[in-house]
Design a binder for this molecule. Structure first.
Ligand code: 5GP
Length: 230
């Protein structure tokens, strides 16, 4: 390599380093799935409030009615069935599924933007959506399944939430057994007995996955080249 070439490599490695990390990589898709009531909403909220983790939530579109605690544009984008079908038919959704009798889907555009900027995105989606993402982008996805400590606890969490009607709770409990049986599809499985511990475990997964050689091979190679030329 010419001296000018070597300098260009060093400059590029330095520019990466100035962003805070000498290694640059594509963002990862952190997928969390669980049956309703396993504590995933709390876990998601706590993960997002950890500034150091710097995760961006993928905001799904849904035809489900808004719960009183939910805000349009923050928890979901609530849409009519007609609008949902239009988005789906225009191929604007990365994945979509019918869950508990409602439609849910992930808008494609924000995902492309966040990942290509090297930032990581958090997805709260079910196993059907996870399957579709794995078919399209398995290299970018890290999948985590959250289990409740017991069925009794799952039921009491659903009832404590008190935001859904009794028939909705019954339907969700019915579906929970089917959802739980999907755990073998996932990279990691966490039993959410204690929220702090589960949070610590998910954080550890994110930190380790970010350091995977295969996510940033070209950038490590440039960095090492610079190191060896010092
Ligand atoms: P909830 O109605 O309790 O907010 O969500 C019900 C289920 O739908 C949860 O298991 C959640 O993970 C799933 N879900 C939420 N958004 C999406 C989405 O965009 N795609 C898919 N496939 N599932 C979703």
């Amino acid at each position: 390599m010419t001296n000018a070439g070597k300098k260009a490599v060093r400059d590029e490695a330095r520019a990466d380093a100035m962003d805070g990390d000498p290694i640059i990589r594509r963002g990862l898709m952190l997928i969390l799935s669980s049956p309703s009531g396993a504590g995933k909403t709390t876990l998601t909220r706590d993960l997002l409030s950890d500034r150091a983790l710097d995760l961006t939530l993928s905001i799904s579109v849904t035809t489900r009615a808004r719960r009183s605690s939910e805000v349009h544009g923050i928890h979901y984008n609530f849409v009519t069935k007609d609008d949902f079908l239009k988005l789906r038919d225009r191929d604007d959704l990365l994945e979509w599924a019918e869950v508990h009798g409602n439609f849910y889907g992930t808008p494609r555009e924000p995902v492309d933007k966040v990942l290509s900027a090297g930032r990581d995105m958090l997805f709260d989606i079910d196993y059907q959506g996870t399957q579709q993402v794995l078919q399209k982008a398995s290299g970018d996805a890290v999948t985590i399944f959250i289990l409740p400590p017991s069925m009794k606890e799952l039921k009491s969490r659903l009832e404590r939430r008190a935001e859904d009607a009794p028939d909705v709770i019954a339907k969700r409990l019915d579906n929970a057994r089917n959802e739980i049986s999907r755990w073998p599809m996932y990279d990691y499985v966490i039993v959410n007995e204690d929220i702090q511990r589960a949070l610590h475990e998910v954080t550890a997964i994110v930190v380790a996955e970010r350091l995977k050689r295969t996510r940033s091979e070209a950038s490590i190679s440039r960095f090492v080249q610079g190191l060896l030329e010092e």
